[in-house]
Design a protein around this ligand. Sequence first.
Ligand SMILES: [Fe+2]
Ligand SMILES: [Fe+2]
Length: 363
Amino acid sequence: MARKFGETEMAPRTAAYFEKLSQGKFDLDWFENTKTEWGVRVQPTKRGVLLNDINVGSYGEVPEHSLPGTGMAPRGAELDADLPSLGYRLNNKYEVWSVNAASLYEEAKTRQWNATTDIPWHELRQLPEDLERAMCQVCTLLTEVEFIAADLPAKWMHQIHQNYHEVKCFLASQVIDEARHLEVFRKRALVNGGGLMRATKEAEDALQAIIEAPTYSMASSFMHVLGEGMVLSLFRAGELIGKTDVDKRIFRMCMQDEARHVSYGTMHLKYYLENHPNPRAAREEVNHILSKGEGMMLAMFGVPEFLEPLMILAGGGIEGMKDAKPAVGGIWQKMVHEYFGRCDRAGVSERRQLCRLPAQLPM
Ligand SMILES: [Fe+2]
Ligand SMILES: [Fe+2]
């Protein structure tokens, strides 16, 4: 007869174990017979113990292919038989890996900042209305795009096999980075007497295409390499478009986070193309999504709601818009130029020929 604990019926193994314990015996099979690698030792350094430091012996062997039916058992543990499948769909290393994921995760932890207290909000001074409106329009768009940058990794993270925990950790750090970014831009829009401005259909269409990209690597190429890459270039122009020290600081703080996300995506794309079992199909798929993405980025950025606030900010006011065209054109050129650099590093330098983004804006 099955034994009960209160009202709870015990599983046979549990019942047998308690029977043993009540007879004064222990099991200790886990203690004596676990077949994992024993005796590893990691020397902590001045930096502590990095995630990469514990990749020693067999623990550092990241499988090329993982079995889906291994629950959430950590890489290197001995696995019980009959573990449940938790529905992980990204079970191949090439689908998610990036050689810098662990080090970017370490960097993310040491460079966290707080949008509540690390921005000297009290130093923000009143701006002329045209500059404030322009900054608020920029912040509206940036708040929007930060949502996708948090939702996209969150959408795919739980589908990544636990053997690739370095990537899961990095993506978790990206989610918190992006939460802070949407927070800081929303705060900036509201804190200085302005408010949120206009969300455009073109921007929302692009974000929809990212979240609906059919595979993780396509989504990552579109978002990390192309979309966030262009936003990173925009943050780099923060000295030109930020009109107060507070605004410049916001752009600088976000820039260092953004560089990590772009770096992960660039190195993931490289790994994907170099390790995919069908490299030709992989390259076609990536070029397809990047062509589509470039078209959508041009639509998203080629609107008055994006270009005109930049002209007002770079020109020092609505009067200076005309004179600021070359400066804003220069920001665009940099966005495209830096994108090509990342494509080269990822191994898709054919984007230089195939790209749908004009090197110069016709303005
Ligand atoms: Fe961001
Ligand atoms: Fe980002």
